[in-house]
Ligand binder design. Structure first.
Ligand code: COA
Length: 333
């Protein structure tokens, strides 16, 4: 008989970013932009870029190995792999199947989940269900992105924003009262046209918006996404706080999706939370989509910024448009 668990949480974390750094000064040589403009409007100073011969799944596999080891497990202990990505190396095999093979995780179920930059939040919510129903003991969630491959490097309004990277978490049963306390996920497909990356089909409007010969690149309406993002961070944070019967004053660390420092500042003001309680690493990486939150969380843990019993809110927004949040009572330490 399956054992049902009352509480699920993150029991191990890991991350991996490519070695190659692309600075704002490098971008000055590629498009009509400046370090000053990029820092002032986005907070980004540099980003990480995969070299041409490396599949993004390689950094996902490395992040996964670190998370599994951090949890004190081996790859054969993993019962399910969920990879959150909007930039898979292949549509098939899925990135999850590729990572399963690369880390030697046996024949466990493995699938990709695309909720764009909210992907890691969606992944945690799905993983939690498999733990509390007793279907799985350990679920690996990997946020893995190779956004540099879908960027038009001649479009200054988008190429400054994105980066490659991977972050992973092992989700498992934890002591009651700890781990994932409340969750919220949402989507508004009617706003989907504001961020697009065409794949097997593209409508005329999406063809016209792209000025480069390669049309399979990211396009976004920066202003519209900006407005959505500030409200989404506020709404999704408040939802999980309300469900947990807590207020913003109870939050020890807010880990938001890292898309633009001004989006985070705008949301922080609306939420009335101190800057010291928000984890920001956007200056080093830019926007790594679904990898941003797990990389930030892993850094915060390694920098000893989180201790057992702390209240954390992970909160994201992105293409779809999607949004989501997870409130955790930290169980490691
Ligand atoms: N360097 C210099 N100038 C630039 C530039 C760059 N890299 N990119 C755009 N500009 C110019 C524009 O052409 C515009 O010039 P104009 O006034 O002569 O037309 C001017 O700067 C202002 O552009 P605007 O788009 O209004 O800037 P902004 O302050 O809104 O910042 C973004 C643009 C994209 C940085 C911002 O809207 C943003 O971050 N949005 C969210 C995007 C995002 O993160 N999406 C993914 C979500 S998961």
């Amino acid at each position: 008989m399956k054992t049902k668990f009352n509480a699920a949480g993150i029991i191990g974390l890991g991350s991996c970013v490519p070695d190659k750094v692309l600075t704002n000064f490098d971008l000055e040589k590629m498009v009509d932009t400046s370090d000053e403009w990029i820092v002032k409007r986005t907070g980004i100073s540099e980003r990480r870029i995969l070299d041409k011969s490396t599949p993004a799944s390689h950094i996902g596999a490395e992040a996964a190995r670190k998370a599994i080891s951090n949890a004190g497990l081996t790859p054969l202990d993993i019962d399910m792999i969920i990879v959150t990505t909007e930039t898979p190396d292949y549509l098939t095999p899925s990135m999850a199947c590729m990572i399963q093979d690369q880390i030697g995780a046996g024949k466990c179920p493995a699938f990709d989940l695309n909720a764009a930059c909210s992907g890691f939040i969606y992944g945690l919510v799905v993983a939690r269900q498999f733990i509390i129903t007793g279907s799985c003991r350990y679920v690996l969630v990997v946020g893995c992105e190779g956004l540099s491959r879908v960027v038009d490097w001649e479009d200054r309004s988008t190429c400054i924003l994105f980066s490659d990277g991977a972050g992973a978490a092992v989700v498992g049963a934890v002591e009651e009262g700890y781990g994932i306390i409340s969750t919220y996920i949402g989507a508004d497909g009617s706003l989907g046209h504001n961020i697009t990356i065409p794949c097997c089909y593209m409508n005329e409007s999406d063809v016209e918006k792209r000025h480069h010969e390669n049309k399979r690149v990211i396009w976004l309406d920066g202003g519209e996404v900006f407005k959505f993002a500030v409200k989404a961070l506020e709404e999704a944070t408040n939802r999980v706080l309300q469900d947990a019967g807590l207020t913003i004053n109870d939050v020890d660390l807010l880990v938001p999706h890292q898309a633009n420092a001004r989006i985070i500042e705008g949301a922080a003001k609306r939420l009335e939370i101190d800057n010291e309680s928000i984890y920001v690493n956007i200056h080093k990486y830019g926007n790594m989509s679904s990898a941003s939150i797990p990389v930030a969380l892993d850094e915060a843990m390694r920098n000893k910024m989180i201790k057992k019993g702390d209240i954390l809110v992970l909160v994201g927004f992105g293409g779809g448009l999607t949004l989501g949040s997870v409130l955790l009572k930290w169980n490691i330490g």
